[in-house]
Design a binder for this molecule. Structure first.
Ligand code: BES
Ligand code: ZN
Ligand code: ZN
Length: 471
């Protein structure tokens, strides 16, 4: 489907269907108010009314704010895709909401049909945005950049949605390599023998029972005079069975999405390189599969991590933090960054604490939390801070090693996981680091907002919003 910005008034565009967004306040004064009222249309948010004879689709909208526009655009595109019309036109609602309109259409209209033998093909081929009274120049950049970010989000979704027999640590590394080639990024891949030389024993332990070798991927985007240097680290568990602390059957379903942190990091570096931002970005992904077998790592094992911190394994299902411990240590040594952000589907507890719609944000710097929240405000992704405290930190104490991989009490599990990662952040980097727990937000089995069934691409829009503002 092609979406284009047209330097014309809406009435001068030739399309099969006209789309109009209407608020409750606008409805009574609309020239088709009577017919719409008879049809039972009240212009409520996320409702639609198709007047086929008038070739017009009306979409209810609470207000003309970004969140409402994005959600209404998602409903609109689903409705259009279920029809047999080939083309539709609409006015850009406003300059400040054009990005949300594009995101709603691209992300709400996203479908992952890779494994369907007969995928339904929508008839819709083209959507035209009439610029009406705006200047083309003032909308073009916003439009193009919104498309880059939405498409990068779909790229992330596509990898997360792929089945675990297809995406394993090696094929995930290969996907990263392809991205590096396509977008002219630097790429370095460490295989298991390299990881052993790097003493990344915590990460290696997690992947030991897998038939697929673990891999570390480092991609870099280096513009000439970067304003900032940013390190991104992603949890790339291509499957999390729980290991010997095996997950219950129902909890194991969807665990192909445990690679969503790594895929988000790939989507972010893709977007940043296409937006040509003046920010140097380093993307590190830890690609590992957590399986069972005779050589699996065990509860009671003591792991000597890359940083020499010893870890008592009490639960092999708390594997993401072990991978990230070594990844964060490696990334901090390789790059002297202004910001270090990790993205991980780390804990079910984060979902319990915040619900499925909000990403958990953890770290030491109140200023950085505030800056990320402000920049991400209109991105369509919700984040909330989960605060560290010294009492929760004590729950990670081990009687036999430097730290335990599970807290002694279950409450505050998202925060204790964040505090485990903190143990591997060097003192000089404490205020540069932020941990994003996307366990709830990365994947959904019931559509919400512009998120359809499956992977959401959580992290991509949020980080792009922050990095575009980073000075
Ligand atoms: N990958 C899971 C976390 C997860 C759960 C992500 C549900 C998405 C949805 C993680 O590796 C895990 O299993 N965490 C455990 C930690 C516990 C053993 C301390 C959890 O959350 O139960
Ligand atoms: Zn796990
Ligand atoms: Zn996991």
């Amino acid at each position: 489907m092609n979406i284009k910005l047209v330097d014309k008034k809406i009435s001068d565009i030739d399309s099969e269907i006209l789309v109009e967004f209407l608020t409750k306040d606008e409805l009574p004064n609309h020239k088709k108010a009577k017919i719409l009222q008879n049809a039972g249309f009240k212009a409520e948010q996320d409702t639609t009314c198709f007047l086929y004879e008038k070739a017009t689709l009306f979409c209810g909208i609470e207000s003309k704010k970004s969140d409402d526009v994005r959600s209404a655009a998602s409903c609109m595109i689903k409705m259009l895709k279920s029809s047999n019309y080939k083309s539709a036109k609409m006015s850009v609602i406003g300059k400040s909401t054009l990005s949300a309109l594009v995101e709603g259409i691209v992300l709400g209209g996203y479908e992952f049909n890779e494994y369907k033998s007969e995928p339904k093909k929508a008839a819709l081929e083209e959507i035209s945005f009439a610029i009406d009274d705006f200047e083309l120049g003032e909308l073009e950049t916003i439009f193009n950049e919104a498309l880059i970010i939405a498409n990068a989000t779909c790229y992330t979704r596509d990898i997360v949605n792929r089945a675990p027999q297809e995406i394993n640590p090696q094929t995930l590394a290969h996907a990263a390599q392809t991205l590096a080639y396509d977008n002219s990024l630097l790429c370095n891949i460490l295989q298991e023998d390299d990881l052993a030389k790097e003493n990344m024993n915590a990460m290696l332990a997690v992947g030991r029972a897998s038939v697929h070798g673990s891999a570390l991927v480092h991609l870099a985007y280096k513009p000439a005079n970067p304003k900032k240097v940013v390190t991104l680290v992603g949890k790339g568990l291509t499957y999390d069975s729980g290991g010997l602390s095996l997950k219950a059957p129902t909890s194991m379903v969807t665990m192909k999405m445990d690679k969503a942190g790594a895929c988000a990091v790939l989507g972010i570096i893709k977007a940043v390189s296409e937006l040509k931002l003046d920010i140097e970005v380093h993307a590190f992904i830890g690609a590992v599969e957590n399986m069972v077998g005779g050589n699996a790592y065990k509860p009671d094992d003591i792991l000597v991590s890359r940083s020499k911190t010893t870890i008592e394994v009490r639960n092999t299902d708390a594997e993401g933090r072990l991978v990230l411990a070594d990844m964060l240590d490696y990334a901090q040594e390789k790059v002297d960054a202004d910001y270090i952000f990790d993205f991980a589907t780390l804990t079910g507890a984060c979902m319990i604490a915040l619900g499925q719609y909000t990403t958990g944000l953890m770290g030491h710097s109140h200023k950085l939390k505030h800056d990320i929240s402000r920049a991400g405000g209109d991105s369509g992704e919700m984040i909330s801070s989960l605060p560290f405290n010294r009492h929760l930190k004590k729950l990670l104490k081990s009687e036999i090693a430097d730290i335990s991989n599970t807290a002694s009490k279950p409450y505050g599990g998202a925060i204790t996981a964040g505090l485990f990662l903190d143990k591997f952040i060097k003192d000089e980097n404490k205020n540069k680091w932020m941990h994003f727990d996307i366990a709830g937000t990365a994947y959904t089995e019931s559509p919400w907002d512009c998120n359809v069934y499956g992977a959401t691409g959580a992290g991509v829009r949020l980080m792009c919003a922050f990095l575009r503002e980073a000075k």
